[in-house]
Ligand binder design. Structure first.
Ligand SMILES: *Cc1c(COP(=O)(O)O)cnc(C)c1O
Length: 357
């Protein structure tokens, strides 16, 4: 049985969270002399002299509308990376508890585990980049607190089979973190509608990808209210700045524009994938449910270097397990994608020159 209390670290269970000035007084007042702010204002055209809402309720109400989940089931972090870090801090006793990771996957799960001294158990994906369920069953023990499943997965681009994630949710008594950073580009449906089914589910999403707000650093965790309360208790009190909160509120009014971009990016992704398949130095184009494509090449290092000389940067993933020879290419604008293809074609010409020499 899933039991949040036995899963939590004792120090977190006992933790009395910091109580902000705004937590202690919630009414209307004309004069605020409770938080040692500068009552005169800010040296800017707009005032930022008051501390922001620690729980970002205005954003949560808008997100609740867009996502179809109650605001109490939403946590907002300084990027999803903050939520990843908080999950380790809340659940993994350093040096004792372990996390199960499924490489090749997003690098922050491992870095954040190291920072928090969580023990890492790796269970590689199968050659078709799906979960290795029997190996996962072997890896899990009574000290396993978290399993990260990235779907669609970075850097492979595919979605993880829904039935496999459900199998974990139904049989693992720790927390299953489903990272949906790329869900907007996927055919598969989000897990956030299933929070009521699974008390051990945490879904991560972000405003950094489809929403085009990577520089603002805003990520979301969706979970049962008990888990959300734990994250709120452990986070720094004012983790999202007032300026960021105001910009996010404006951005969330433009969901139509974002949906339009998503449609365009998906069309471009499929065009780019088809065009890449035609190039002789691209040995394989992996099917993508994200806004990038993973390609296996004949010479990852050479192509990467050549692209940089032409002012194009892609991600070299060739040293990552199961990704030998692979580059990860983000879908750009139509002009950027055409330029990429043109440059890749000229690399092919370049490699053919020695044949005649
Ligand atoms: C980009 C990405 C994120 C986003 O991280 P932020 O901190 O929200 O910018 C999360 N997970 C995966 C798998 C990603 O690729």
């Amino acid at each position: 049985m899933f039991n949040l209390d036995t899963l939590l670290r004792d120090n977190i269970k006992r933790l009395v969270p910091y109580s902000t000035a705004r937590d202690e007084f919630k009414g209307e007042a004309a004069i605020f002399l409770d938080a040692n702010e500068n009552s005169f204002g800010s040296p800017l055209p707009v005032n930022y002299n008051r501390y922001p809402d620690p729980l970002q309720w205005k954003i949560k109400y808008k997100l609740a509308d867009i996502k179809g989940v109650p605001p109490q089931n939403i946590f907002i972090g300084n990027g999803s990376d903050e939520a990843i870090d908080l999950l380790y801090r809340a659940f993994c006793n350093p040096g004792v508890d372990n996390v199960v990771l499924c490489p090749p996957t997003y690098g922050m799960y491992e870095v954040s585990a190291h920072i928090n001294d969580a023990v890492i158990r790796k269970v590689s994906l199968t050659p078709d980049f799906q979960l290795d369920i029997p190996a996962l069953q072997q890896a899990i023990d009574e000290h396993t607190k978290l399993i990260f499943v990235c779907s669609p997965n970075n850097p492979t681009g595919n979605s993880i089979r829904k039935s496999d994630i459900e199998l974990l949710l139904n049989n693992f008594n720790g927390i299953v973190v489903v990272d949906e950073a790329y869900i907007n580009f996927a055919r598969q449906k989000t897990f956030i509608q299933e929070l009521t089914e699974y008390p051990n589910l945490v879904v991560l999403q972000t405003l950094s990808k489809a929403w085009g707000l990577a520089a603002l650093r805003v990520g979301m965790a969706f979970a049962g209210e008990d888990i959300i309360n734990v994250l709120n208790k452990v986070k720094p009190p004012y983790n999202i700045s007032q300026a960021t909160q105001e910009l996010v509120l404006q951005a969330l009014d433009n969901v139509g524009r974002v949906n339009e971009w998503i449609r365009e990016i998906v069309i471009e992704r499929d065009l780019l994938s088809a065009a890449l398949e035609q190039l002789p130095q691209i040995l394989e184009v992996y099917p993508s449910d994200a806004n990038f494509v993973l390609v296996r090449t004949s010479d990852a290092k050479g192509i990467y270097q050549y692209l940089t000389t032409q002012g194009i940067v892609v991600r070299d993933r060739s040293r990552v397990e199961l990704c030998m020879g692979c580059l990860r290419i983000t879908v750009g604008t139509p002009e950027e994608n055409l330029r990429l293809l043109e440059v890749l074609k000229s690399f092919n010409l370049k490699t053919e020159i020695p044949v005649s020499a």
